[in-house]
Write a protein that binds this ligand. Sequence first.
Ligand code: NAD
Length: 257
Amino acid sequence: MSLQGKTAVITGSNSGIGLAIGREFAKAGAKVVLNSFTDSAEDHALAESIAKECGVEARYIQGDMSKPDDCRGLVEQAGACDILVNNAGIQHVCPVESFPTDKWDAILAINLSSNFHTTAAALPMMRAAGWGRVINIASAHGLTASPFKSAYVAAKHGVVGLTKTMALETAEEPITCNAICPGYVMTPIVEKQIPDQMATHNMDRETVIREVMLSRQPSKDFATVEQMAGTALFLCSDAAAQITGTTISVDGGWTAL
Ligand code: NAD
């Protein structure tokens, strides 16, 4: 499928799932805007390599998604936003009574409120263009909970609620809003945790993956960033034009349990 003529803005896209989505959209011919809170040569080089590889325009725009003005500024600087992917996210694991307030505030700001600010800025552009897709990267934790992840679970449930509201506010327009709910996805950060987990549990790689990391993922296999990108691309297709206000789980059966 072709995304030629479309501009996609992907928050938190200098690594992991966001970067894979940027690459997939560029392969389909979209102009892409990558983002994170840093502003390094490597960040800009990522956009340049995607531009070269895919023959499209690709830019990196610095913006801290914990700050409302930066969220809106990112979309404004992009100049167009036919596809908005709200992907930036952080995690902190701690019992609720000792959960640091600054971590709670940061997780709510980056994982949830940024989606509100970017969407508010992008909707007028989508309406002017007569087409739009909002794709929120939520989580299996947008539908279920785990102990010690209060802020993350609250924020991701909030993302699912915001997704439904945005879908209703745009229901009669050619704009859709959906959330992808990944289970455990193999990213560089996840890969780096494996040796520590092996040492902590005194288990070999395969056992730590099956019994510790993927204990809640019935497929006993990680999802891949490419599978997330493929799902996001599908949500941009004509086949998905009537899919709005819903969640798509890509979680190896986690939420079926
Ligand atoms: P990642 O750490 O590679 O990606 C997170 C991105 O957010 C990075 O590009 C990071 O730079 C960016 N970011 C962090 N703080 C930011 C800020 N203040 N402003 C702008 N950008 C910021 O991890 P990932 O696994 O690719 O996560 C992407 C999304 O997928 C997140 O929303 C995460 O909650 C969600 N998710 C991941 C998994 C998984 O298993 N990896 C599972 C479910 C949901």
